[in-house]
Design a protein around this ligand. Sequence first.
Ligand code: IMP
Length: 430
Amino acid sequence: MSVVAIIGGQWGDEGKGRVVDLLAQHAHMVIRYSGGNNAGHTVINDRGTFKLHLVPAGIFNPETTNIIGTGVVVDPAALLEELAMLAEAGVTFDNLYISDRAHVIMPYHREQDRIQESLRGDGRIGTTGRGVGPAYGDKMERIGIRMGDLLHADTLHQHLARALDAKNTWLQAYGGKAQPLQALHQQFVDYGHQLRAYIKPTHPLVQQALSRGQDVLLEGAQASLLDVDWGTYPYVTSSAPGAAGACQGAGIGPRQVSHVLGVFKAYTTRIGGGPFPTELTDETGNLLRERGHEYGTTTGRPRRCGWFDAVAARYVVELNGIDYMVWTKLDILDTLPTIRICTSYKLRGETIHYVPSSIAELSQVEPIYEDLPGWQTPTDALRTFDDLPPNAKRYLQRLEELTGVPTAIISVGPARQSSIERVPVAELFA
Ligand code: IMP
């Protein structure tokens, strides 16, 4: 039995969806453990190209049980839309379960997200506008609505009335629209009817899988540098996307996790505001954006692009106990004559090897680079490590040295088969 956690190693969009899709071929269960439809996981397989926001990427294997875990915040309208898209493509989802403890994103959360961003002015976070932060806020404030509530009209009415008391006062104070209790109640009772077959206590399912020795994949969304505790606060999301959050959101004890796979792009991207020490605002940044199709899956916004940051990567490795690396989009670097890696920062004239907690300091750091020669050869058709050009091997080996973690998988293209397995996927579950 193995429990494998897949964690985003940078600021999101590392290609976790494709890695989960690859590993889900071997897994009995995939659990999405945090975040909401702020995530966008692109999966390209023999069924087509899919942009998943909430449904676990194991959905394409009918043998795999897919769970939207307790740590996720669910917008029922967005979920139903995604299910309709899958149904249209002929994908069945009898193998989908939604934790009855997962919290619901309500329309007033989206409204609150919008107003809060406009109040932040120049300091806006650049949220995805999906209401994710306000939904997590209400969960902590203990006025949240849970998926299980949608199955009980009376309970929902009671919880909604309590929440709207607080929400409508807030919304009206900031020029938003008050939301009517009865209409909202009816709409969410209706969502409950549509999703009734999937909303379940998921704890027994997960425990059963573990006690039967089945292989379980914990599917991360967002990434460690967006973690509410360890990321570039306040330019973060409102959840814990790392390995600790995986245990919490899935309901699995840390001693049951066998491997933690960190997914990192061979360079770095970030979407939304916040410090990004290795950002490139020049032609090379544009080249990475165009070659890498670096536009948000959820919002279509252009992503900021830059060199690989080994200082931040080491920090993320430590935070999550990452024991294998997955490198994605190596092929995007194929045309570059020189490739840079940030190995330390300079802050007020001093060399530092850590990520400062203060965003004012992180915004001031100057990256210290090491330059490596590029390979200037296409790698997208290569399927073994030995076939890679010598300079590509050298680049990856240097990344391994700097992060202290061996490589499991390298991806050189968007499709499932465009992968180089240094450690066979089956071995990760052995
Ligand atoms: P929120 O999660 O919508 O509140 O957005 C907070 C920050 O996290 C913003 O900078 C978003 O751009 C970023 N973010 C949230 N989800 C993702 C993701 O899946 N990929 C990349 N960035 C994300």
